[in-house]
Design a protein around this ligand. Structure first.
Ligand SMILES: NC(=O)CC[C@H](N)C(=O)O
Length: 250
């Protein structure tokens, strides 16, 4: 008899679209029994440090990054989140507000908003302006997700990555003297290199590219909401390329 390996994926359940992520993971695991025959998955809500301590992987959903930060602080979860994302045997995925929460520097944070660090990037919240508060666009992610040529992305008051920060940290680039710029208080610095997975090309009036998906070692950050796409490809790729690779190698 073979015993299956237990894998726990936690979804931070303080605020935002955590139920949708949990449903997507459960459905895709059910629909792909052959791929996951060796594993027993448990997808759990994370609200406390006890929940977090069970997890091999953590997903931080979209929602409102200020609320997620304030609740994490009020419930004393922040130091445990700092520690979790610094553990490179784990995998971490932030979507939309979750990516904001994982950044090392935030251009337009709210007063006392905290960020976890982990991704050596600068992020801007609500970066698409009023008329594009929310939009949907099919994108070709096949350069990193095999066969995923037409993923229905949903952007809702979405952030973008405005800068890749250098490593080690140079204090002069951190702009902490500028009003509204928030820096992480987490001492952890991710030493893997930041890979830009996807940019929207020539996006604004000055033809800038807008970075909407990045990977840095064990951490993934994306600007949009894959748990509203009606397509499990992104969740499957996260399990296959992040969760199981880390789990197997740890
Ligand atoms: N859909 C989202 O997660 C929006 C993010 C939100 N604008 C924030 O700042 O947190």
């Amino acid at each position: 008899m073979t015993t299956s390996k237990s894998v726990v994926i936690g979804v931070l359940a303080l605020q935002g679209a955590f139920r949708e992520h949990i449903a997507y993971f459960n459905e895709l695991i059910q629909q792909n029994p052959n791929d996951y025959a060796d594993y027993e998955f448990n997808i759990i809500e994370v609200k406390t440090k006890e929940d977090l301590s069970q997890c091999d992987s953590l997903v931080i959903p979209g929602g409102e990054s200020t609320s997620i930060s304030y609740i994490a602080e009020r419930t004393h979860l922040l130091p445990h989140l700092y520690e979790f994302i610094a553990d490179e045997s784990k995998s971490v995925w932030g979507t939309c507000a979750g990516m904001i929460f994982l950044s090392r520097q935030l251009l337009n944070g709210k007063l006392n908003q905290k960020i976890l660090g982990g991704l050596n990037v600068e992020v801007s919240r609500n970066a698409f302006g009023r008329q594009l508060n929310s939009f949907e666009q099919p994108l070709d992610f096949s350069s990193f997700i095999p066969g995923c040529t037409n993923f229905p992305t949903v952007f809702i008051r979405a952030p973008v990555v405005t800068r890749i920060l250098s490593n080690p940290v140079h204090s002069q680039e951190e702009d902490h003297h500028k009003q509204g710029v928030i820096m992480t208080e987490n001492p952890y610095v991710n030493n893997a290199s930041v890979e830009v997975l996807y940019s929207l090309k020539n996006y604004d009036s000055q033809d800038h590219d807008l970075i909407v998906a990045v990977k840095q070692g064990h951490i993934l950050g994306i600007s949009f909401h894959p748990e509203l796409a009606g397509d499990y490809s992104f969740h499957k790729w996260f399990i296959d390329e992040f969760v199981l690779k880390r789990k197997v190698h740890s």
